[in-house]
Design a protein around this ligand. Structure first.
Ligand code: PDD
Length: 286
C-alpha cells in the first residue's frame, strides 16, 4: 500500500481523506504538478515548483502550509514508496470552507489543501512506445482561456483522450482558429529539416517544464527552434512530429488524423532529443 501526503501527514492511502466541501472537488478550484522520478531522483523539481507558485499567484490562492518543505516532502514520498522510476502528483486546492459558495472563502479561515502521491512506473525511461511512436487525432480546443495555469479542470482533455481511443489512436492534438495549441496533456512539435517548430507561449497553452528544457537542449545541440503556431496540414507534411511532458519526456508522433508523418516511423530528431533530455535531466536530478 502506498504512503501518501495530506496536509502535513504521511498516511497509508486508505486513511488519507479530504472533505466533501473541498473546492477542488466542488469547483475544480485547484492546481497541480506532475514531477517525474528517474533513478530515485526528481526531474526538474525547480521548474515544477516555480510553475506551481505562478499558478497559485494567478488564481489568488495562498501557498499551502508545507510549501517551503516541498522538496523534502517529494523526497520522503520517493523514499517511503521505494520509487526508482515514476511520478509524483501534487495538488493544491483552495480548501474546504464547510459549504458551497461561488465566492472564494476567506483565506484567513479556510486554508489550502495539499495532497501528494506517487505513481510507480518501472521502465518509464525505457518506454518501448518511444521506439514506435504514437498516433494522434485532432479535435477542437474548447478549453477555457487560461491554459497557462495548471488547474485540475481536466474534463475536456480526458474527453479528448477518450475520443482518440475510440478512433484507435493514442492522443489528441487540440486546434484553435485552425492552429494546433497542444496535446491533451503535453506540448506539440513538428520538425522540418533541422528546425523544431512549436507554438509560442501565451495564455493558450501550458508552459511545459519539459518544453523549456527540450528547447534549451535543442539550441545547445545547434538545432534551430521556431516558436510559432502551425496547422494540422503543416504537421502532416512535416518530416517529424513529437510531444513532450513530464510523464512522456519526448515522444514521437507518427500519424496525425490518419496521415503518416514523414516515413511513418519515429524520426531522428525526436530520438536524439529524447536521449539528450533523459541524459541531461538525470545529471541535474535532485
Ligand atoms: N501534463 N500541456 C498540457 C495541457 C499538460 O497537461 C501538460 C502536462 C503539458 C506538459 O507540461 P510538462 O512538460 O510541464 O509536464 C503540456 C501532465 C504531465 C499531466 O497532466 O499528467
Amino acid at each position: 500500500m502506498r504512503t501518501v501526503y495530506v496536509n502535513g501527514d504521511y498516511l497509508p492511502e486508505n486513511e488519507a481523506k479530504v472533505s466533501i466541501f473541498d473546492r477542488g472537488f466542488l469547483m475544480a478550484d485547484g492546481v497541480y504538478e506532475v514531477t517525474s522520478v528517474l533513478g530515485g531522483k526528481l526531474i526538474d523539481f525547480g521548474g515544477h515548483l516555480a510553475r506551481l507558485e505562478r499558478s497559485l499567484a494567478e488564481l489568488d490562492m495562498d501557498k499551502p502550509e508545507g510549501f517551503d518543505d516541498l522538496l523534502e516532502i517529494h523526497r520522503e514520498l520517493v523514499r517511503l514508496n521505494g520509487i526508482e522510476e515514476g511520478m509524483i502528483y501534487l495538488q493544491v486546492t483552495r480548501g474546504a470552507p464547510g459549504g458551497r459558495d461561488f465566492a472564494f472563502p476567506d483565506p484567513e479561515v479556510t486554508k489550502p489543501t495539499l495532497v501528494l502521491f506517487t505513481q510507480n512506473k518501472p521502465g518509464l525511461a525505457a518506454n518501448p512506445v518511444a521506439k514506435k511512436g504514437i498516433k494522434v487525432i485532432s479535435i477542437e480546443d474548447i478549453r477555457w482561456g487560461r491554459r497557462d495555469i495548471k488547474t485540475v479542470q481536466l474534463l475536456y482533455p480526458s474527453m479528448g483522450k477518450m475520443m482518440a481511443k475510440k478512433a484507435g489512436c493514442d492522443d489528441a492534438w487540440m486546434v484553435q482558429d485552425g492552429a494546433v495549441t497542444e496535446g491533451t496533456s503535453n506540448n506539440a512539435y513538428i520538425v522540418k529539416g533541422n528546425k523544431i517548430i512549436t507554438r509560442q507561449l501565451s495564455h493558450d497553452i501550458l508552459h511545459g517544464i519539459t518544453r523549456a528544457a527540450v528547447l534549451r537542449f535543442a539550441q545547445e545541440a545547434q538545432m534551430e527552434v521556431e516558436e510559432r503556431a502551425f496547422t494540422i496540414a503543416e504537421a502532416q507534411a512535416a518530416d517529424e512530429a513529437f510531444i513532450t511532458s513530464a510523464s512522456t519526456f519526448v515522444m514521437p508522433v507518427v500519424e496525425i488524423d490518419g496521415a503518416k508523418v514523414g516515413t511513418g516511423a519515429p524520426g531522428n530528431v525526436a530520438a536524439r532529443l529524447r536521449e539528450i533530455y533523459l541524459d541531461e535531466s538525470l545529471k541535474a536530478a535532485v
